[in-house]
Design a protein around this ligand. Structure first.
Ligand code: MGD
Ligand code: MGD
Ligand code: MO
Length: 776
């Protein structure tokens, strides 16, 4: 017997690769040859594609079929508990169409929630979230979502302070400029290499190791201010300042106080380029609240010694300094504050706009942050604007479902939450991304109908009513790439769809045709025609820049095209620094707003007109710490992208007793009589989850770290309630906005206690099929 072997180019958010197919079956992958440091996550593909938890046929929840599906009212329970019934595509699409039409005519389009937040897959045409939005716009719109889980609070704060959000979303001052000019690189939350495995849209390069090697030789001194020592690469030999989570702002304020007390404030800079320094100084000196924000004050809050605080501040004097923070710092209650505080401190040090100095965020938050900007011009289908469409802040999803009619305050505005009847989700996993998942589970009982497209039986699919099986990128043709990478990739269909899966483009095209809006959705173009259009737009934008890519067929055959390297040496806000009159910031004053009249005018006590310390509701200094004495941070997982790939080897290998590893300092483990490898109960008033214990000196005492990504696996607690079985931190996190200004997620604000799980652990069940009945 002969086997046929073929190779296909493809791409994921975690890297480019070649898919090896034998007799129509994906057998292995190999990394893209141009990637000097590819990562192990691509190895998950063969297992993922054929995983036991693939959704094989359209499936409908039994309880829904018997109620809403027959025109009866939704009883308000059943999601996450019922069995599913497999149906034909025609029957499933018929139900979706009827429900969309019913909700639209009975309640209006705002009762359809189509925010559908999530990372989807890397390809631009089949980007599921874009397609949901485009489809719903063609039928009159929906309630949507704005901002993101990544840096949502900063997205709303920074435009008030710096006029735009470049400091968090990029382009940021780049590594060539830093390595040549910076002397002290301050990294709150570190510069974590694990996060550079991932690139939204996918890339051909993983240059983290290269930049860190150069950094090690550059003479820049690095400081990692974080509860985790592992947040910086060993080669850069960063000084480690372990700080209590959520207290960074106190260190920033005391540092600012010391800068001024030592006569190190650059008064020329604050006078010429900023507004409101006088008010900030008054706050530092306690003019109104009587509290001087000095090192002794900050020591009591941060857990750092006065000497450590003073030494840190002095290390910033008379040097080129870049102040940075990971995005994680603003995913916490009052998460706006440390960002605003770092801007104020950088201004006092006179560093903003100087080569390799100033302030910028996220250097360790995503592949390519700080790499010279390629600005690869790639975009998929557009989303038509629907006039008057309401968009809620992304992380208020459970409030939306639980509190119809109640007001949501957001960045100076207020609106009532609409009455949601139908939820449409494709390309995201709220049972991964949202906080307080037992609360979300309650919220998910509310709507009449929940439609989900997914390749896998995620917890969100398991809590839906109509579940449509989506293909993975390997089962369709696409194009991918991202702005911080030089490559545009062909994503070639390598295998036939698994089971009856269909691409989201195909699913929405069919629905749009049924609903009479086909032409508006697909414009009568096929997948291949769309890929040619998308490539054509890329090619003409590149031609304007003087680079002529090959024609589509040559590109497709080659599998990729590389665009020219940009010149490095970019410095954020350099033109403003050179001439603040000719190049003002887009703030009301045209200057850096250390004090913002606009923000002050919103009247938010938790986020007043200037950067301040506000005690979060949960931190190691709060009363609650007597009952829950450990601060739990939940960072991004090194072994997967969010909840994706949980059912494959990279994720499985890293688990402890089949659960996420909870990292704990030896002193905390000893105090609780815990041993490495124990199954432990992690709990607070919101919930309880089981995890596997991993003891390490590399985390500070008093803090535990439970990375995200384990598929939410609720099981009975034996007393009528539920616990989470798999180590999903969002069973415990708090579902509250960062402030009324940003309304970002506050995942990092979370106290817990940990104890050994004495009972026999129940096996994990969510990486297989849910209970499915064959159709009658
Ligand atoms: N506790 C805590 N929680 C957090 C965070 C944290 O730091 N701590 N971080 C937050 C952040 S920054 C983020 S960005 C979010 C991420 O949250 P999400 O983006 O929601 O997480 P993903 O698991 O990437 O979800 C994407 C889903 O799309 C599906 N998918 C992939 N390709 C396709 C496709 O072609 N079609 C369809 N229909 N579906 C597809 C995947 O299977 C997956 O289930 O999590 C947030 N949650
Ligand atoms: N491998 C992998 N990489 C990813 C992702 C993934 O899922 N997997 N997700 C991607 C996405 S969507 C995003 S938004 C980015 C997120 O990028 P980040 O937000 O930068 O990533 P995190 O890992 O959540 O946080 C970085 C570190 O911040 C520290 N930290 C947490 N709380 C505090 C605090 O209060 N103070 C201080 N000083 N430090 C604190 C933690 O030790 C943590 O390791 O990562 C991206 N990269
Ligand atoms: Mo994110």
């Amino acid at each position: 017997m002969t086997t046929t072997s073929r190779k296909f180019q493809s791409l994921a958010h975690w890297g480019a690769f070649t898919a090896h197919v034998e007799d129509g079956r994906l057998v292995s992958v190999s990394p893209f040859a141009g990637d000097a440091q590819p990562n192990d996550l691509i190895d998950a593909w063969p297992e993922m594609v054929y995983a036991e938890n693939r959704i094989r046929r359209p499936s409908i929840r039994r309880g829904w079929l018997e109620t809403v599906g027959r025109g009866l009212p939704h009883p308000g329970f059943g999601r996450g508990d019922d069995t599913f019934v497999e149906v034909s595509w025609d029957e499933a699409l018929g139900h979706v169409q009827r429900e969309l039409e019913r909700v639209r005519s009975q309640y209006g389009n705002p009762s359809i929630f189509g925010g559908s937040y999530g990372w989807s897959s890397a390809g631009r045409l089949h980007h599921a979230r874009t397609l949901v939005h485009r489809f719903l716009a063609t039928i009159g719109g929906c309630t949507g979502q704005v901002t993101n889980y990544s840096y949502g609070a900063a997205m709303r704060l920074l435009p008030h302070v710096l006029g735009d959000m470049a400091a968090v979303a990029g382009p940021v001052t780049d590594w060539p400029a830093i390595l040549e000019n910076c002397e002290r690189f301050v990294a709150f939350g570190g510069i974590a290499g694990k996060n550079w495995k991932i690139h939204s849209g996918g890339g051909g390069l993983h240059p983290y190791g290269g930049w860190m090697d150069k950094a090690a030789q550059s003479g820049v001194s690095f400081v990692n201010i974080s509860p985790l020592k592992t947040d910086t690469a060993n080669v850069i030999e960063a000084e480690w300042i372990p700080i209590r989570p959520g207290t960074d702002m106190a260190l920033i304020l005391a540092t600012a106080w010391l800068v001024h007390a030592h006569g190190k404030t650059d008064m020329d800079f604050v006078n010429r380029y900023c507004v409101g320094f006088d008010r900030f100084l008054a706050y530092l000196q306690g003019a109104e609240d009587g509290i001087v924000k000095d090192p002794a004050w900050a020591s009591a809050i941060t857990g750092l010694s006065v000497e450590a605080i003073t030494g840190f501040a002095e290390s910033l004097f008379d040097r080129r300094v870049l102040l940075t923070a990971a995005w994680s710092l603003q995913r916490a209650e009052n998460g706006e504050q440390p960002y605003w505080g770092l801007v104020a401190l950088a201004a006092m040090l006179g560093q903003i706009g100087l080569p390799g100095g100033g302030v910028a965020f996220g250097y360790g938050s995503m592949n390519g942050m700080g790499a010279p900007l390629y600005d690869l011009p790639i975009s998929g289908m557009s989303v038509p604007k629907v006039p008057g469409e309401l968009k809620i802040p992304v992380a208020r999803i459970a409030d939306l479902l639980l509190r119809p009619g109640e007001p949501c305050e957001f960045d100076g505005k207020s609106f009532p939450y609409p009455d949601t009847r139908l939820v449409y989700w494709a390309g995201g996993n709220p049972f991964h991304h949202h906080q307080d998942l037992f609360r979300l589970r309650e919220a998910f009982q509310r709507p009449d109908t929940i439609v989900v497209h997914e390749p896998w039986w995620t917890a969100t699919a398991r809590h839906a009513d109509i579940v449509l099986p989506a293909t993975t990128p390997l089962e369709r043709n696409d194009i991918g790439g991202s702005s911080r990478d030089p490559y545009l990739f062909a994503m070639q269909k390598a295998i036939e769809p698994v089971g009856e899966a269909r691409g989201d483009f195909e699913i929405f095209s069919a629905l749009a045709d049924r609903m009479g809006v086909g032409a508006a959705f697909h414009e009568n173009r096929s997948e291949e025609e769309w890929l040619r259009v998308i490539y054509g737009r890329f090619a003409s934008k590149m031609a304007e820049r003087g680079f002529n890519p090959p024609d589509f067929d040559a590109f497709w055959e080659a599998g990729h095209v590389r665009i020219p390297d940009p010149e490095g040496g970019f410095n954020l806000y350099e033109p403003f620094r050179e001439d603040p009159v000719a190049h003002p910031l887009a703030t009301p004053s045209g200057k850096v707003e250390i004090y913002s009249e606009t923000v002050a005018g919103f009247g938010y006590s938790e986020c007043p007109g200037l950067p301040v310390w506000r005690e979060p509701t949960e931190w190691l200094g709060s009363e609650l710490a007597e009952r829950y004495p450990l601060h739990m941070i939940s960072n991004q997982p090194e072994d997967k992208l969010h909840g994706q790939m949980d059912a494959s080897a990279p994720s499985r290998r890293n688990k402890v007793r089949d659960r996420t590893g909870l990292v704990m300092n030896p002193a905390d483990a000893a105090a609780r009589g815990l041993a490495d490898g124990d199954v432990v109960r992690v709990f607070n008033d919101r919930g309880l989850c089981l995890a596997g214990l991993r003891i390490s000196e590399l985390i500070m005492p008093g803090v535990v770290c439970l990375p995200t990504g384990a598929t939410f696996n609720p099981i009975s607690d034996g007393a009528g309630g539920l616990i989470e079985n798999h180590g999903n931190p969002n069973a415990l996190t708090k579902d509250i906005g960062t402030s009324r200004l940003g309304q970002g997620p506050s995942a990092q604000t979370c106290l817990v206690e940990v104890a050994r799980h004495e009972q026999e652990a129940v096996p994990i069940t969510v990486l297989a099929q849910p209970p499915i009945e064959a159709a009658a």
